[in-house]
Design a protein around this ligand. Structure first.
Ligand code: MEV
Length: 433
């Protein structure tokens, strides 16, 4: 079950231990999952050694929770794994601002992944295409008549399409397998099918098969998310006219990214700050997701552009949309093997790939809005500096409430704000000054 409430006001002021306790009050998280979140050693060295080759150690990153999210009417506390400050805070902040309008609403595609079979030396492309299309039923049986949970649950090869790709080496014939992978990410399933049908495709086309591999441009597995923000919600003090000005700046910032690839790359990096962070937390192949998202950002309009769209509706509300390929899975892979990833999925209360895709897309849209809002108002350095001040306070030795106090004094400090300044402030604070 997702969280009973994701509106955890003051959560950021708690200690790490207190935050975990607070989690238990709003979720049904098991003790095992709490322990996995608490332990930097959740992934044992032995398990790590089985994951990749030549293992010499493990790498730990923070898990932070984005609060305030409502997606399709459900409350979600969303785990982000990343090293960059401000990302979790910005996503939580923007998610809070659309709670009054119902949060985020998704409409995702079914989980269809595409595998490509590259066929070379085909003499008659028309004949090859009709032979492959004529054998569709046979090839589908070949793939789907195997014992597989995915197929038992309604997945499997659903159709095939043929493509002609002009290249410097001449036209290549490429067969696409469109496979319903249910709740898996699906790479193994579709690669297996592509390898399975390859010899028969060779005999049908008279060609030579070379590559048999999935495409990360998962255009038939799109996640779509939308959210509306009132002008009041976009200002910090509920002032509608100030909020309308903020919205107008956001729209101007968006159109920059929609038209300029230099800006779009950075704009989309902000979206991926969240999508990849949730992907890592949930044990997903974030490189596959990144590849699909960026490729789509170029293919969609024929020119690399913004992954998101922002507009003002007839009521003066800001409306944001994100549509992007989202190849994620909740069965198989690291999502099952890595104890922290398992804990993060449990924390989300998610068992289906569709829900995970929706939550990830919502995080990406919120993150994008956070960046656009900051950039078009005070700039992002102010927020970064606040967090940086906290880090400096911690490095200076501040603990508990001292951290906020040292950071606040640093923020208004006249003169250079160095680590030594943070140490001096802490000393003064402890002396009662
Ligand atoms: C920084 O990690 C992300 C931003 O650069 C995104 C953006 O410019 O939209 C702030």
């Amino acid at each position: 079950m997702p969280a009973r409430s994701s509106r955890l006001s003051g959560f950021y002021r708690l200690s790490v231990e207190e935050r975990r306790k607070a989690l238990l009050e709003v979720t049904d998280l098991s003790e095992e999952a709490v322990n996995a979140l608490a332990s930097a050693d959740a992934l044992t060295e032995e398990a790590a050694d089985h994951m990749i080759e030549n293992v010499v150690g493990r790498f730990v990153l923070p898990v932070g929770l984005a609060t305030n999210f409502i997606v399709d009417g459900e409350e979600y506390l969303i785990p982000f794994v990343l090293e960059e400050s401000s990302v979790v805070a910005a996503a939580s902040n923007m998610a809070r601002r659309c709670r009054d309008t119902g949060g985020f609403v998704s409409s995702n595609d079914p989980p269809i992944m595409i595998a490509q079979v590259q066929v070379l030396d085909v003499e008659d492309l028309d004949a090859a295409e009709s032979a492959v299309m004529g054998a569709q039923e046979e090839l589908m049986r070949m793939c789907n008549d195997r014992p597989s949970t995915m197929i038992r649950l309604g997945g499997g090869l659903k159709r095939m399409t043929c493509h002609r790709i002009p290249t410097d080496l001449g036209t290549m014939f490429v067969v696409h397998l469109h496979v319903d992978v249910r709740d898996a990410m699906g790479a193994n399933a579709v690669n297996t099918m592509a390898e399975l049908v390859a010899p028969r495709i060779e005999s049908l086309t008279g060609g030579r098969v070379l590559l048999r591999i999935l495409s990360n441009l998962a255009t038939e597995r799109m996640a779509r998310i939308e959210a509306r923000f009132s002008p009041e919600s976009m200002s910090d003090d509920g002032d509608a006219s100030q909020g309308a000005e903020v919205i107008s700046g956001i729209i101007e910032a968006y159109h920059f990214a929609a038209s300029d690839p230099y800006r779009a790359a950075t704009h989309n990096k902000g979206v991926m700050n969240a999508i990849s962070a949730v992907a890592i937390a949930c044990g997903q192949d974030w490189r596959a997701i990144e590849a699909g998202c960026h490729a789509w950002a170029a293919v969609r309009t024929g020119r690399y552009a913004s992954m998101t769209e922002w507009e003002i509706d007839d009521d003066g509300y800001l409306v944001g949309r994100l549509e992007t390929p989202m190849a994620v899975g909740t069965v198989g892979g690291a999502s099952r093997v890595h104890p922290t990833a398992r804990a993060c999925l449990e924390l989300l209360g998610i068992t289906s790939a569709d829900r995970l895709a929706a939550v990830m897309a919502a995080s990406g849209l919120a993150q994008n809005l956070g960046a656009l809002r900051a950039l078009s108002t005070s700039g992002i350095q102010a927020g970064h500096m606040r967090l940086h001040a906290r880090n400096m306070a911690v490095s200076a030795g501040a603990v508990g409430p001292e951290i906020e106090e040292v950071a606040a004094r640093l923020a208004t400090w006249e003169g250079p704000r160095t680590q030594t300044t943070a140490e001096e402030i802490l000393t003064m604070l402890r002396q009662g000054a």
